[in-house]
Design a protein around this ligand. Structure first.
Ligand SMILES: *[C@@H]1O[C@H](CO)[C@@H](O)[C@H](O)[C@H]1NC(C)=O
Ligand SMILES: *[C@@H]1O[C@H](CO)[C@@H](O)[C@H](O)[C@H]1NC(C)=O
Ligand SMILES: *[C@@H]1O[C@H](CO)[C@@H](O)[C@H](O)[C@H]1NC(C)=O
Ligand SMILES: *[C@@H]1O[C@H](CO)[C@@H](O)[C@H](O)[C@H]1NC(C)=O
Length: 471
């Protein structure tokens, strides 16, 4: 009896001690814990509602947690309510960051990168086959999305050095082009800039009629480090060394464009051609501009953000700033893109005024254009979002007009083309001149017929018509 009571008192005492310690711990560290939990809760919440399996979700959540603050540990919500029921007064709240503002304005959802092998029309696609080590929240930056075959991969490092953000690239690799493509990726990841591993995600695709002999699982691609004393496989490739040329295949440019675009993790994307190098710091300045949310940015119309494009002579430096670009335009070492090849194709509204305007701080909307009047066939390159129409996968690079059907859809949907003032793209040095290509001319004729007879009538049904819009 006596013993029982003694042990009862000891038990009570121990329990009281535990409660005291628990309360003490919660109150002294409660506030930071709440903030951390709210943040991690939000990034986890952004992952649901997507069509991915649970394992992929867990992996992605794990990556997010390890790459961000290590102290963010998800815990049950009820605990929060007990600790701190009242909100801090609004005056003490810090000004939201650019990222927080972009998240609020765009209402974007995070997009996990899941490797998957899937058919897409007549092609097999290895989505997210070689993934970048870093992952990104949808509001965090802008993804440069592009397409190529291995013979263009010498552009990747100069491009990355200027872009310094995520790149999503789809590579066409039929038959024996596939092993050369893998070697090229391995060389870039192991023997060049560390930015390649950090930022570039590679997708690969090939026709169902030209499946390579061997395709390793995405987990088994690069088992050994690449021998960096070997010549990079992507340098000085002549077209007759390529399977694509030997088999006379067309380049399915729009399959690549769409694959790369759909896999981008961020809300804002810059679908571009790999030889177009952006002026530095575009993504930071762009998101700062978006976060201001004033003026033409408030327009109810759907919007894209157009970049001017220039080319520079073969031995010139790629200009870093608009000021340097203007000097090069003055002394003739830089030209508006395709001025010699196809004057008019890349005309931009208010182009002369843009070239005269001095460089300013940050990024702004220089002019809001429409794809009509003199610009009825305009094929601009722009920062857009996942909501913009994709490209028609029946069109090839050789057949030309490969962006025209998207242009028509943008026109009918009444897009505003916001022309950016201090940012631009520069083509890899070397000014293109017109070369006669009988085969391409023939294919371009066929493509025009395909667009006129088949695709355009479809677009009219699907998107409708609007006065002043044409393919
Ligand atoms: C790497 O390639 C070089 C040049 O072909 C060769 O001499 C060297 O033995 C190779 N190293 C390894 C470890 O295979
Ligand atoms: C590629 O060609 C250029 C010029 O044609 C030459 O200078 C360079 O050494 C070649 N590179 C390789 C790896 O063969
Ligand atoms: C880009 O941003 C970096 C870091 O903020 C800065 O050092 C650099 O001067 C900027 N470059 C240009 C061309 O604005
Ligand atoms: C043209 O201007 C650029 C930028 O100022 C300069 O670097 C380049 O040397 C100039 N070239 C000629 C041919 O004057």
């Amino acid at each position: 009896m006596y013993n029982n009571r003694k042990s009862f008192i000891i038990k009570i005492f121990v329990i009281l001690c535990l409660i005291y310690i628990a309360v003490h711990v919660l109150f002294s560290s409660g506030e930071p814990v709440i903030r951390e939990l709210q943040q991690s809760g939000r990034s986890l919440a952004g992952l649901d509602g997507q069509n991915v399996d649970a394992v992929a979700l867990m992996q992605d959540a794990a990556i997010q947690l390890t790459t961000s603050n290590a102290s963010r540990v998800p815990q049950p919500r009820e605990q929060l309510a007990e600790v701190k029921p009242s909100e801090a007064p609004p005056a003490l709240k810090p000004e939201p960051t650019v990222e927080e503002k972009v998240k609020l304005i765009t209402n974007c959802l995070d997009r996990p990168t899941v490797p998957k092998t899937q058919q897409r029309g007549d092609y097999w696609v290895l989505y997210n086959y070689v993934r970048a080590e870093r992952t990104f929240k949808c509001e965090e930056t802008v993804t440069y999305t592009t397409h190529a075959d291995f013979s263009f991969m010498d552009n990747l490092v100069p491009l990355l050095e200027r872009w310094r953000g995520p790149i999503s690239i789809a590579l066409h690799a039929p038959g024996t082009d596939f092993p050369k493509t893998l070697e090229s990726i391995a060389h870039l990841r192991d023997c060049t800039s560390a930015l390649v591993r950090e930022l570039v995600t590679f997708h690969i695709y090939f026709s169902t009629k030209h499946v390579p002999k061997e395709v390793p699982k995405h987990t088994k691609v690069f088992e050994e480090p690449y021998n960096c004393s070997l010549t990079p496989p992507y340098l000085n490739v002549s077209s007759d060394q390529m399977y694509k040329a030997q088999k006379k295949l067309l380049y399915p440019v729009n399959v690549g464009r769409n694959v790369a675009r759909e896999m981008a993790q961020t809300h804002y994307i810059l679908p571009s051609d790999i030889e177009l190098y952006p002026s530095p710091n575009i993504s930071t300045k762009f998101l700062e501009m978006v976060a201001t949310n004033v003026g033409p940015l408030l327009s109810k119309n759907p919007k894209v953000y157009v970049l001017h494009i220039f080319e520079v002579s073969a031995n010139s430096q790629v200009p870093e700033t608009k000021t340097m670009l203007k000097e090069m335009l003055m002394n003739g070492t830089a030209l508006p893109f395709h001025k010699k090849l196809c004057p008019g194709c890349h005309n931009i509204p208010k182009a002369k005024e843009w070239q005269l305007a001095p460089e300013t701080q940050g990024l702004h909307i220089f002019h809001v254009g429409k794809r009509n009047g003199r610009f009825i066939h305009w094929e601009p390159i722009f920062i857009g979002t996942h909501n913009d129409p994709l490209y028609d996968e029946r069109l090839s690079w050789e057949g030309k007009s490969d962006k025209m059907t998207q242009g028509y859809a943008l026109c009918v949907l009444n897009y505003d083309f916001m022309i950016l003032d201090n940012a631009f793209l520069v083509h890899k040095p070397g000014i293109k001149v017109y070369k006669k290509d009988a085969k391409r001319a023939m294919l371009a004729g066929k493509t025009n017929q395909l667009i006129k007879k088949i695709i355009f009538p479809e677009l009219k049904v699907l998107y409708g018509v609007r006065k002043g819009c044409a393919v």
